[in-house]
Design a protein around this ligand. Sequence first.
Ligand SMILES: O=c1ccn([C@@H]2O[C@H](COP(=O)(O)O)[C@@H](O)[C@H]2O)c(=O)[nH]1
Length: 245
Amino acid sequence: MNNDKLIVALDVSSEKEAIAIVEQLGDQVNYYKVGMELFYSAGPEIIKKLRKYDKQVFLDLKCHDIPNTVAKTGKVLTELGVSMFNLHISGGREMMERTVEHVQNKAEHLGITPPKILGVTILTSIDNETFQKEIGFSGSIEQKVKEYALLAKSSGLDGVVASAKEAAIISEACPENFSIVTPGIRPKFSTKGDQKRTLSPKEALQKGSTHLVIGRPITGYHDRESKIHAVSKIYEEMFNYEGGF
Ligand SMILES: O=c1ccn([C@@H]2O[C@H](COP(=O)(O)O)[C@@H](O)[C@H]2O)c(=O)[nH]1
């Protein structure tokens, strides 16, 4: 079974551990997320390695810097052959627009399809109290995510990273060709851990998530059978959700 809506997070600190997971899951999983932990330890080679296994890669480095720095980083990430990468929407319009332009030019020069650029909204580990009292935002998380999604869309981004709890609001605000990539997915059999704004795979699809990012509920199991079982349970929910797949 191959399903590009499920992206498995490879939150490990070596190529060896990452590839062991990829080999254990085999054809069951086609799409992997490489985050800071793996990229900073294994380096860009890990992307090439995953591409050799014919896997798609979402590079989750959450770039956040001045426009010149992020735009030039976007060019480098385009050369790596990732399918998606992300940056923080709070970096502002100029940062996003210049990155889009640099990525498109680079992809054209290389003769490849440009990677999708996603904007990070509000992390799924943030709850209302943290959002307002600690970080100092006023208003609701939903309102801020909607504003960020609209800013990302009008700056030329291809989608956002958000909690599935906000997926319906985002798809209503940005209805066409806009990816809604949602971590913080928790199947019934798993625990929340540090995630605060969570939904199940079925609920996430019902709300309009286009991709589900799932890490520990799958990779937290040591042996191959348990990992495969977790993936099967997740696919079961995804395929059976009301409204079809
Ligand atoms: O808002 C965000 C943005 C990114 N993430 C990343 O997704 C995975 C989730 O892993 P789980 O083990 O399923 O919790 C992880 O790599 C995060 O860095 C996120 O959770 N929330």
